[in-house]
Design a protein around this ligand. Structure first.
Ligand code: ADP
Ligand code: SF4
Length: 698
């Protein structure tokens, strides 16, 4: 199909110093969990984005020196010759598609804890970072940098830039964002120095200017030099001569880098979940930058709509459309716009599961794109599917995320697919969950797959079809896939920190009851030991409708696991706004007669609070009844010509939507492979040099 001419502007080339980006689609540096121990996984992941049309593809944070050691969080390194070779795999892969490769050179300062290298963290004035991030902090406080340390840092940056050039990168970063070392020099809270690097804004930008200078000297006219800078905090602080310190910083540096990559300061706002921030949420903070510099500007905002992208460029907000999550969810987003197929974009839903992968220390996982991180390891391509080995008819029962993804991929492989669900509308758990506050964007999981399924001639869809084992045996198919989901239980939580037996009493509800339309009587208590989004969201949702809701959890925070998805602070803010008191480190010890007995998790301190309805978000178990019924009838299955019956998604193991989509995808890709063919490839570090010093300078 022809491209809509109104999107032509997105395909203009953009000069970045001595190099030229072929279009405005710029995959900004983002964490991938792919360290130098996984160089081929990393190259495959980044290459797919170049193949999909991203004109610039960058690495995630890449440490320039062992004093910037972010372990156990995954990070890349450019320390020695083998590191250069490891990155060269990525730059060569990106160049094969005519895109530019960028590297985010990084020194973490007081944010990194140097747990492996055992070097005291460096900082301008010895101030530690974020005392609330207990999981990431250390008991070792940073040391104050002296002049020699600053000279060393500049040398490491220059060395890093030279190594980056040797590895084949086209764009080299100075990274002054997200609390990292050069950012700490910018912010007076971290920087109380009395020398020429502290005090006035002019002094606080000095280090960054010098870092840009040494980077430019190191790369000559072979690479563009980008400055990535966080502006949220600085924007809040009035400047001496301009509207804010952010304005003053940009004005002072306006001619120094070849590109400004602008962002916010902390992950909950910079990389905010869609639950709390819409597309383009950075604009109010960063829109001033282009008014102060003639250099190109890139920024992000979870952009998935080409109209929004065009608007950003035409209104002079950005020159390059930055994408991290949108490029993970759909590496082929640019090409789909280019080819007039924008309705096929697999839009990021803003769930931040990708971020949780980084916190988990593993390669990136994506709810929408099951192939992310599996390009090299399993040979999965997001847009290409091997034809099925033989003509088969597959019945998929259950059209939640698992069944939908399974049917989509099966049909792309040429399989005759029938997708049935007992509900009148497809979507499974999404039918309810997208009605909860802030989760409407999660409907894209359904929308994308319905769009794909409707365009495939070999798919038949039957909503409103509850299937029994007899129905299936009569239906006539080669294989059956049950994607029948899961059920929330009513178990409570004992003082042993183990679940109790189910607690089925009048006034006790689960999310399934609420989804089916039950209306709890107030006062309501939500007792949450699932600890992901559901308990906090249900409390917020019920409070907005009926008021008088208390949230209780044995965890230390509300929706405690959402620390992994950058949502935790904002969950607490949302509950406070909704008027929901939060009781942590507590469990329910009794319920009845209009009251609930709470007690401490570690300290036995019973307390009664008024409560007529108890909503439990605790255990979720597979609903695999249909699967078990079919498996109990092997002779009937054989007589019906059914060769296999499987479970996928929540019907196999209850999890997040990402697990269900992956499970459906995996089945559809691999159901006709042999066990040996299903084996994925194991990546290994590049090791060619003799064991030598930790850092190579040359
Ligand atoms: P998952 O996350 O694994 O995709 P969901 O709970 O979202 O699971 O979806 C499961 C779907 O399966 C629901 O839409 C439900 O209506 C459907 N389902 C469950 N049992 C049957 C059945 N026997 N026949 C048809 N549909 C079923
Ligand atoms: Fe977007 Fe979620 Fe995928 Fe991350 S995991 S890219 S937020 S859909």
């Amino acid at each position: 199909m022809a491209r809509d001419p109104r999107f032509d502007i997105l395909f203009d080339p953009v000069r970045i110093g001595p190099v030229t980006a072929p279009n405005r689609f710029y995959q900004v540096p983002h964490a991938s969990g792919m360290t130098n121990a996984l160089p081929r996984v990393r190259a495959g992941f980044r290459e797919t984005k170049a193949e999909g049309g991203w004109g610039v593809v960058c690495t995630g944070a890449c440490s320039i020196h062992p004093s910037s050691d972010d372990s156990p969080l995954p990070f890349a390194t450019l320390w020695d010759k083998d590191d250069i070779k490891a990155h060269a795999l990525m730059t060569e892969a990106v160049h094969r598609h005519g895109s530019l490769a960028g590297v985010e050179l990084f020194h973490g300062g007081a944010v990194v804890m140097n747990r492996t290298t055992r070097t005291p963290p460096l900082s301008p004035s010895g101030t530690p970072w974020m005392a609330t991030h207990i999981g990431f902090m250390s008991n070792l406080r940073p040391r104050i940098m002296d002049k020699q340390d600053i000279r060393d840092l500049l040398q490491w940056q220059a060395e890093g830039a030279r190594k980056a050039r040797s590895a084949g990168f086209d764009i080299v970063y100075v990274y002054a964002g997200m609390g990292y070392l050069p950012y700490e020099f910018l912010l007076s809270d971290y920087n109380q120095r009395t020398d020429e690097y502290g005090g006035s804004v002019e002094n606080r930008v000095r280090l960054i200017r010098q870092m840009i200078e040494v980077t430019k000297e190191a790369v000559g006219d072979t690479c563009g030099v980008a400055l990535r800078v966080s502006l949220e905090e600085l924007r809040k602080r009035p400047g001496r001569h301009m509207a804010s310190e952010a304005h003053e910083v940009i004005a002072l540096l306006k001619d120094d880098p070849d590109l400004f990559d602008v962002k916010l300061d902390t992950t909950p706002t910079d990389c905010s979940a869609s639950r709390f921030s819409p597309e383009g949420s950075h604009e109010p903070i960063i829109s001033f930058v282009k008014t102060l510099t003639d250099k190109p500007v890139v920024g992000v905002g979870r952009f998935t709509s080409p109209d929004t992208m065009v608007s950003q460029v035409k209104r002079g907000v950005l020159d390059l459309i930055g994408g991290a999550r949108p490029s993970i969810a759909d590496p082929f987003l640019p090409n789909k716009i280019k080819e007039g197929r924008e309705d096929e974009i697999r839009e990021c839903i803003g769930c931040n599961i990708c971020i949780s992968s980084w916190h988990d220390g593993v390669p990136v996982r994506c709810t929408q794109n099951a192939t992310a991180g599996e390009e090299w390891r399993r040979g999965w391509h997001p847009e290409k599917f091997a034809p099925a080995r033989r003509q088969e008819k597959v019945l998929v029962v259950g059209a939640g995320p698992a069944g939908l993804e399974c049917a989509r991929v099966l049909s792309r492989r040429g399989v005759q697919v029938t997708l049935a669900d007992k509900a009148d509308e497809f979507g499974g758990r999404l039918r309810f969950e997208t009605r909860l506050p802030g989760l409407s964007a999660w409907g894209r999981v359904l929308d994308y797959r319905m769009q794909a399924l409707r365009s495939d001639a070999n798919v038949e869809m039957y909503p409103g079809s509850a299937l029994s084992a007899d129905d299936i045996l009569e239906f006539g198919c080669d294989r059956v896939v049950t994607a029948t989901g899961s059920r929330w239980g009513t178990e409570l939580y004992a003082d042993s920190e183990l679940p109790t037996a189910p607690f089925n009493a009048p006034g006790v509800y689960t999310p399934d009851d609420l989804a089916a339309g039950a209306v709890p009587e107030g006062p309501i208590t939500v007792f949450d030991f699932d600890s992901y989004y559901m308990g906090g969201l249900i409390a917020e949702w019920l409070a907005r409708q009926y008021g008088d809701v208390t949230y209780v959890t044995p965890a230390g925070q509300a929706s405690a696991w959402t620390i992994m998805t950058n949502e935790l602070p904002r969950v607490h803010q949302a509950l406070t706004r909704a008027g929901v008191p939060v009781r942590t480190l507590s469990r329910v010890a009794g319920f009845g007669g209009g009251a609930l007995t709470l007690t401490g998790l570690f300290v036995d301190q019973p307390e009664r609070i008024a409560c007529r309805s108890l909503v439990i978000t605790g255990l979720r178990r597979p609903d695999d009844t249909l699967y078990q019924q079919l498996m109990a009838r092997p002779a009937d299955l054989a007589a019906a010509g059914i060769r296999s019956v499987d479970r996928i998604g929540d019907a196999m193991a209850a999890g997040a939507i990402v697990h269900a989509v992956f499970s459906g995808h995996e089945y559809a890709r691999e159901f006709d492979l042999t066990p040996a063919e299903r084996n994925w490839r194991r990546d290994r570090p590049v090791v060619t040099e003799p064991f030598g010093p930790g850092i190579y300078e040359g």
